[in-house]
Design a protein around this ligand. Structure first.
Ligand code: UT7
Length: 346
């Protein structure tokens, strides 16, 4: 059977760091509270006001193309998972398409908050499996600093900016995205949301005064759902695929809170050495956390490794993917016919 495999990973992280010490100067918080409750020490912030999510997504996409040694015109579909699009429309995927010069691609944005990358990965995989498309670019990108209220200590310590991207291509060797389990339950939508600016509360002086243009989260309540959702769905995907804790080489979890990740690893019966963790350095970058982990650990993965990806986010949305990694090292070999084109171009 044809599966969609990840064949390259790219990323973008802004250089500016917002540390816990910086936040101590901005709100009533402290390094000890933030580290012990979340695991975060610092996050990256895109300070340049002229740059938005599409800029980071484009940089991540360009790195994917460079690493895979292909031109943008080879891309068939671009899916951008984000809750911080540059604007309502056009979609951020359109802006990325133009900026990388993907002249043969169509694309769209997908909104599933912190589960966005998993939802987009699963959607992209279906396009490859159908045999209709050869190369799908899946991007998770969020400029969370654009919707975070830096006077609200409950949320401003949690989030950061960043982007990650992967290329999906067909694999007939039994590797790739072998299974996904996805869920949506909107009954608690208002526990994690941004109410302002949409058709329910169009932007006005009143919505600004009520701070509806900022992300709102009921942290403690969301925490309980997140533990149950992420650990539960990780368990389900292992069961469905006959995987024991020992069979799993890596857990790649959404990075919202170190304690949620610990609980998920415990439920899966795996040790923390098998868990990719970069929350300490980047905080919660929403749709970008999982591809940023793939980027940071890519060099450690081996062909045939069993990876479980798991996420929980606003909506609520949650899910997991079982991925058999398709290559060794930090890049997949460029296919022979493309190598010829590249050599000829030099
Ligand atoms: O990514 C998508 C899904 N989102 C999540 O998965 C996030 C889930 N939630 C969480 O990760 C945690 O609930 C938080 C990290 C957001 C908060 O941790 P918590 O252990 O649930 O703390 P809490 O909200 O219950 O607050 C405990 C105390 C409160 O004070 P009182 O009422 O006990 O006096 C808060 O006011 O900590 C206080 N507090 C802070 N203190 C210092 C809240 N934020 C801060 C802060 N610094 N930044």
């Amino acid at each position: 059977m044809l599966h969609a495999a990840i064949t390259a990973v790219g990323h973008f992280l802004p250089e500016d760091r917002l540390t816990n010490a910086d936040l101590e100067q901005m709100v009533d918080t402290n390094d000890e509270w933030i580290r012990s409750r979340t695991g975060i020490r610092e996050r990256r912030i895109l300070r340049d006001e002229d740059k938005a999510t599409s800029f980071m997504a484009t940089e991540a996409a360009r790195e994917v193309l460079r690493k895979r040694g292909i031109g943008a015109e080879e891309i068939d579909v671009i899916i951008v998972a984000t809750v911080t699009p540059d604007m309502f429309f056009p979609a951020t995927a359109c802006l990325v398409q133009a900026q990388i010069g993907a002249t043969n691609a169509w694309g769209f944005d997908l909104s599933a908050a912190c589960s966005g990358f998993l939802f987009a990965l699963s959607t992209g995989a279906r396009f490859i499996e159908s045999g209709r498309y050869d190369k799908v670019l899946v991007i998770g990108a969020d400029k969370m600093s654009s919707i975070v209220d830096y006077t609200d200590r409950n949320t401003c310590v949690l989030f950061g900016d960043g982007a990650g991207a992967v290329l999906l291509e067909a694999d007939v060797a039994g590797n790739g995205i072998l299974d996904t389990v996805l869920h949506t339950d909107g009954s608690n939508w208002d526990m994690l949301c941004m109410k302002g600016g949409g058709s329910l509360n169009p932007s006005s002086h009143e919505t600004l005064d009520k701070r509806l243009h900022y992300l709102h989260q009921e942290g403690r309540a969301v925490f309980k759902f997140a533990v149950e959702g992420m650990a539960g769905v990780a368990g389900t995907i292992m069961e469905r695929n006959g995987l024991s804790g020992e069979d799993v080489h890596y857990l790649i979890p959404h990075q919202a809170n170190q304690r949620i990740i610990d609980a998920t690893a415990r439920r899966m019966g795996i040790t923390m050495e098998k868990v990719t963790l970069n929350i300490e350095r980047y905080g919660n970058t929403t749709a970008a956390t999982i591809p940023l982990c793939l980027y940071d650990w890519e060099g450690d993965f081996r062909r045939g490794d069993n990876l479980v990806l798991a996420a929980f986010g606003g909506g609520f949305t949650w899910g997991a993917a079982y991925v058999k990694w398709a290559y060794d090292g930090s890049t997949m070999a460029v296919p022979a016919e493309q190598e010829e084109v590249l050599v000829a171009a030099e």
